[in-house]
Design a protein around this ligand. Sequence first.
Ligand SMILES: [Fe+2]
Ligand SMILES: [Fe+2]
Length: 314
Amino acid sequence: MIAIDTLPGTTERYARAVDASKRVRWDIEKDVIRGRRFDTAQKFLPDGLSLAAEFTTLSPGERRFVSQIQGRTYANMFGLVERFITAKVLEISHDHWLGDQVALEALVRFSDEELKHQELFRRIETMVKDAMPEGYCFIPKPNDVAAAVLSKGTWAVLALTLHIELFTQLHYRQSVEPDDGLSPLFKDVLLYHWKEESQHAILDELEWVRHDATIGAKTRDEGVKEFIALVGAVDGILQMQAAADAHYAMNVMTTRGRRLSEAEQRTIERVMLKAYRWQYILSGAGHPHFVEVLTDVTTDMQRGRIQTALATLM
Ligand SMILES: [Fe+2]
Ligand SMILES: [Fe+2]
């Protein structure tokens, strides 16, 4: 099938994304960081994301420490996924090179913003490193993950991308914005990131639906299979990182004189993984708009296969 430039009636939506991108554009140092540093007396991630209440045996201070570890991983995870998102957006922009120039501008701005976000999250990791105890390790390597993700077809990669950019918005609106106990700097990082992500989700959808219109049923079915495989690969990363973060948390607590029973250690490991699955998979997969778009491009049977795969992570 031949790639199509833009679907009829969508130029206006690309144009709105360009306008919004121009309106909200920000600078890492001047707008977000503003000479501030991280204060470990405050939480980084809100309770709704860190699942603070489920770390039942931990003190408020220990839960705050867990929210800081998870916040650090959150920043690193975004830096990670933005590597493959930027590459994919640049690749699909090819379909618009000699076509709809508004769509092309929207995707160029999108990839430029994701490059800036990667720089922001690298900067955050350096700053958080100075504020937190030694021993944290972010395991996955952005280029290895990007190469694995980009080995799948465009349908599956765009599905995963839309899911990620929708959960970013959901996290901000539902959990980050209403929480008054967060580090003002960490909250601003998520606020400014969210401002530019809102346009990305619109563009992901436009591009996914446009790409979907160019493929046949067999390729789409392969796309569903690859999307399920990608979600499984994300879960593999989460299992590794949750274990690393739980061990880092427990090591630091132990060096501070805390004694952790076997049962308590298992709870910390279990809830850490549960929080990460909620943050990076389940909150996006259940997002009403993701479900809506997915329903438009898949059959009941294909969605059933996705649901079955997701159910194993609950
Ligand atoms: Fe981003
Ligand atoms: Fe984005």
